[in-house]
Design a protein around this ligand. Sequence first.
Ligand code: PEP
Length: 248
Amino acid sequence: MSPVFAANWKMNQGPSAAAAFVQTFVAAFAPRGDRTVVLFPPALSLSEVRFRLTERPDIHVGVQNVHAEEKGAFTGENSAAIARDAGAEYVLVGHSERRHVFGETDAESARKVAKVHEHGMVPVLCVGETIEQRERGTTEHVVLHQLRTGLSALAHADMLGCIVAYEPVWAIGTGRTATPDDAAAVHRVLRGALLDEAGAGASTIPILYGGSVTPANAATLLSADEVGGLLVGGASLDPTSWATICSA
Ligand code: PEP
């Protein structure tokens, strides 16, 4: 399974900054067939990023969120259809900031996952426990509930077209990374649940790790059991760091 490297820029890099980023990044990272690279710019920068990547079809793009409804009176929102039309191939769903800052529920994530799939894009379903949940010993329960509910609106065969990202909330943007063993332990639990839900084919669903990944720790985290790629926030904003991580 070739690893997936996903850059979540969050609310950073407007079209001009995104264009400059892509110029530096493509110079630093040559195409290679043994990995998948996906950039998640802010929605308003997506077209510019795609335009700048015209000569680099090996680098993919996505959006950080969509609304669960097909269309309608939802001022300020983007639908899956709009994201697809703008060229998105992947969509982050249920990122911890969506859950904890914007109050997105597991049920909403499930509707978004289904909508993203319906529009021919790959949902990247994010799951992860808070520090309180980890300290209470409920990590497994929390991530399994997020995973099972998040995928519940899909037919089993369609789950095979998803990506899962394990992002412990306490590791996101904090400089505190899960140890490779801690990450592997949760990834094994997630893999077991995916196999239960979707059958043997689920062994190929990538499970990414995210949370304070840097050029210095990327290779070690990537070598942990069942870690099939990395979802990176802060360190993906610098094109040189990002190129180093994508080469791990
Ligand atoms: C993220 O936002 O998905 C993330 C993992 O952020 P960071 O790498 O900055 O912890």
